[in-house]
Write a protein that binds this ligand. Sequence first.
Ligand code: ARG
Length: 247
Amino acid sequence: MRKFIGSVLCAALAVFAVLGVSGCKKSGGDSLYVGTNAEFAPFEYLDNGTIVGFDIELINEIGRLIGKEIVIKNMAFDGLLPAMQAKKIDIIIAGMTADDERRKSVNFTDPYFTSKQAILIDSGTEDIKTFEDLPGRDVGVVLGYTGDMVVTDIPEVKVQRYNATSEAIMALNAKKVDAVVLDYEPAKNYAKYNENLKLIETDLAREEYSIAVPKDQGELLGQINKALETIKGNGTYDRLMSKYFNE
Ligand code: ARG
């Protein structure tokens, strides 16, 4: 009986779903649980409590193309890979750099964005102009970000690790650190909204953002890559690029 009521309810909700009202989770594993860390504007961030951004629109479009309902799960960045290993989420989209270390435990889709690290400083700071000026300084990074790895590799930097991007920025604003190293686009975004911060572009190695998929999900990986190709070819990608990165 309960099962019957369940199906009637589901059918009713499915009708709403067709009408554009979000319905119940479709049976047969049609939902795709997507992990992210929504403090990385413009890729993913909270807007009045709703998670929005380039990655979110991209993954919803991918979901549409491969026939999966996207369910976003927000969590700490360094909890994303463990959550995927524990099967709490199916994939990750989080401006995540496809690097060799991570490739040991996950597969990455084809890249969808190219970035690099940038340095944020107080606008009054005159003597930090490149990564070479960082040794001897207190430099803030976010735990587990590629910026953390880059700065950790520079000898004699006093690395201060924060759990969240906002915390690293707060430390910089409070002059607890001399600089923060972060991916270019989010760094640029913080500089835009914090007048007292200055952005330094660097010529550091390129990083490519990709969607992380478990090693044993080859079919899903293929489907996502195919959807990405469609999105890059049909104008959707260009539309998202100009919406989020229009200077
Ligand atoms: N690209 C960097 C990395 O892969 C930082 C990503 C941070 N993303 C986020 N959604 N907080 O480590």
